[in-house]
Design a protein around this ligand. Sequence first.
Ligand SMILES: Cc1ncc(COP(=O)(O)O)c(C=O)c1O
Length: 405
Amino acid sequence: MTTQCDCICDIVRSTSYPSAMRRIDLIEPFRVMQLLERARQLEAQGRHIVHMEIGEPDFPTPAPVVEAARQRLDTGRNFYTPSTGAPELQRALSDWYARTQGLDIDPDRIVITPGTSGAFSLIYAVLLEAGESVLLSDPGYPCQRNFIRLAGGEPLNIPVGPDTRYHLSADLLAANWRQDTRAAVVINPSNPTGTLIDPEELALIGRACAEMDGYLISDEIYHGLTYGVNPPCALQCSDAAHTIVVNGFSKRWAMTGWRVGWVVLPEQLLDAARRVMQNIFIAAPTLSQYAAVAALEADGQVEVMRQAYDERRRYLLEALPGLGFDIVVEPQGAFYIYADVSRLTGDSRSFCWDLLEHAGVAITPGEDFGAYRSAQHVRFSYATSLSELREGISRIGLALAARRH
Ligand SMILES: Cc1ncc(COP(=O)(O)O)c(C=O)c1O
């Protein structure tokens, strides 16, 4: 039987690779966007919809960041920065790592990108030859596999469950690493599950990647949005020559639209990264880079947002199980809860559509995050106010009660 993975290998290895259309056909849509479109239609018809599907902070960007952007704009100096980033931001990030995590990172190893999404395009352009593979968790952040496919690589989606807190493990790496595998990706805390990887396991994964002469790619975009625990940066527990750390300002600093992120690269990848940045992006947005320097000082505002997310998280953790949503591993980060809906349905997609149509509540079906037991899962986002969450929970309760009668 030919699988989608086999297909891409055929395409990229073929000497008569027909056209970019074949590769683009492998890029899946974000299915939840259809749900969101329907939600918008219902809103246009006057219905109120509770949005628990969107993974975007509902807070405005902290005021000092906006002020820094205003001041920069007034200087009139909004030309390109160097391709790898404004030196001021690279230095500020290096200081931030030293101050907050005791890490000594040469600013030159910190490449500033247009969002973390830009960082992933850069990494896979630098790392992958056609047909090479990357290990990912299923469920996981859906864009990740598409970045890999666009670079001509093959995502190897490894089913993960509560036993590994929905993360890859060193054992899973050992069992699935192939000769053509170049890297393994860990998203910590995870999207969609909000769970943290055990620090010792992270160290073991780092070691396994180094032993395979590959890379651990650690997506730390939700660092700082954790509740009761502070996960280590992967660079604190794995070999810098085999570790790539990705992070960005979108989530923790509520700066999604500013499009600024960064990647800490091993020395040996810097030259290639610089050439890709020069050609593909020229540079990340200048205004956003200078605003981001101020973000690194805005600890007070970040803490206010973090506490609000935690309050919402605790509310949902209490409310959901009673309605039939099982939360097997407590999420301790990001703003997501991944719930098992086996007690309620065997088809989470129709379940989510029904909830939207009949209860006016939007949540994301598991299928957006992978294939493994996805029909038995949904993701709740609590990047929305507590009062909206209360309304959502009350509507879901009524809808489920109505189904039982
Ligand atoms: C795990 C993860 N990584 C990366 C991104 C992309 O973020 P950015 O806005 O920095 O491109 C997201 C966005 O939802 C995410 O959830």
